[in-house]
Design a protein around this ligand. Sequence first.
Ligand SMILES: [Zn+2]
Length: 265
Amino acid sequence: MRNILFICALLIVIQACRQQKNMEFPNETTSDVETLNTEVSHWEYEGEAGPEHWAMIEEYSDCDGLDQSPINIVNYDRGISKGSLQIFYADSTHIYNVVNNGHTIQYNFAEGDYIMLEEERFDLKQFHFHEPAEHLIEGIRYPMVIHLVHRSATGDYAVLAVMAKEDKSSEPFDFLERYLPIQQGDTILVDLAFDMNLNLPEVRAYFSYTGSLTTPPCTENVKWFIFRDPITVSLEQVEVLRKLMPLNNYRNEQDRNNRIILLSE
Ligand SMILES: [Zn+2]
């Protein structure tokens, strides 16, 4: 009898752990960010927990789905996608804090910035970096990309991708790099206004298609908007971030599988 009770207790604990695992993304609220700081990282960018194994490691993920990201942006059509993009970023919106989660450096936003896709509002939750970039544009891989992750009230995702090339330094990056969590698991409170428009390219032409999150659980039906033109950051600014993130924290190119890509102009 005692053994049976013990096995029951064990099963309950295992189930609770699994549920915890499914809640790892996104990290929207303060409490989620705190959860993230104590969690064990299950997946990585190389080795036995690397991208080729994500579908196996993350049992309930979409990582082996047919509409995955990133892809190579090539053979696109001109036209506006259904639910074309309108950006509403204000200079008064606060960055709440910055987290080094062991996969990237992530700036979490307080409420305020959002985009509209047709009639649907998607709030900016966070932005983070990959070095080098994940999506390729006509086969070209930029040294860095910023992913701006938005979420709707119904839990759908829209991500804006801003490529960065190495050239003259970026003033907004000087500001952002003043608040860098050095150790994995570190969080730095910022609570200062930041105008996200400053991190967007001057010409806002973009490619759009439907894909997935590029990290487990690789959730599909994510609306992607990838700006065609890069912003510039200095080599030093790229290197400061690179030192704090796993080397090559990008997922490799996924199969396009007949998906349509549109260029907005
Ligand atoms: Zn990303």
